[in-house]
Design a protein. Structure first.
Length: 203
């Protein structure tokens, strides 16, 4: 059976566990695995671009599913880059007043900008976005489940271990999971850094 969405994933997890009484628990196993994926993975497939992110004040809500900034610049002629500044430093180091935003930090569910913007600024934000959940057992899917169903399967099986206690298959599932995760990380690194080397141009 192909694993293509939340429903087929739930069926596969149940088959591998060989426990017909766990159907109500399987969505929990998948959700816990997804939480782990979102904490650990930062691959090119997770990058989302917002080419018109509006900076309207000192605090602006982060996008839905935001995990981490990858790159950020103002949509001005020079594409001035916004630099990260830790919140404590931002509060204690920068002078009062307003101006063109130069720094950002993340405070709770908001970005904080410094200097405090003196107007509205359009920007391009590239950030890592959390996975669309497949834990509902429905037709939901995402790039990770589509391209790497083994990671989803083994990750969900591992989360079942806490419920099953002494399942002897845990080491097999763990080894398969860690191996697939590391392969995905190496693939992401190749995607980001592969290509022809820079060469000097002859005048």
């Amino acid at each position: 059976m192909a694993i293509t969405n939340g429903a087929t994933l739930a069926t596969a997890v149940g088959n591998w566990l060989a426990r017909a009484d766990l159907s109500s628990r399987i969505p929990e196993f998948v959700a816990l695995a997804e939480a782990k994926f979102n904490r650990e993975l930062r691959t090119p497939d997770m990058e989302t671009k917002d080419a018109s992110f509006s900076i309207t004040g000192e605090y602006v809500a982060v996008p839905t599913g935001f995990l981490e900034v990858r790159y950020w610049h103002l949509n001005d002629g020079d594409k001035n880059t916004l630099a990260f500044l830790p919140p404590d430093t931002q509060s204690g180091y920068l002078p009062d007043g307003t101006g063109i935003p130069v720094y950002y930090s993340v405070t709770g569910s908001n970005f904080r900008f410094a200097p405090v913007p003196d107007g509205t600024y359009a920007s391009t934000l590239i950030y890592y976005k959390a996975l669309t959940t497949c834990s509902t057992g429905s037709t939901e899917t995402n790039w990770l489940l589509t391209s790497h169903p083994d990671i989803y399967l083994y990750g969900s099986l591992l989360e079942a271990v806490g419920y099953l206690y002494d399942d002897a298959r845990v080491q097999t599932w763990y080894n398969a999971y860690r191996g697939a995760i590391e392969q995905l990380k190496r693939q992401g690194a190749r995607q980001r850094w592969s290509g022809p080397s820079m060469a000097a141009r002859v005048a």
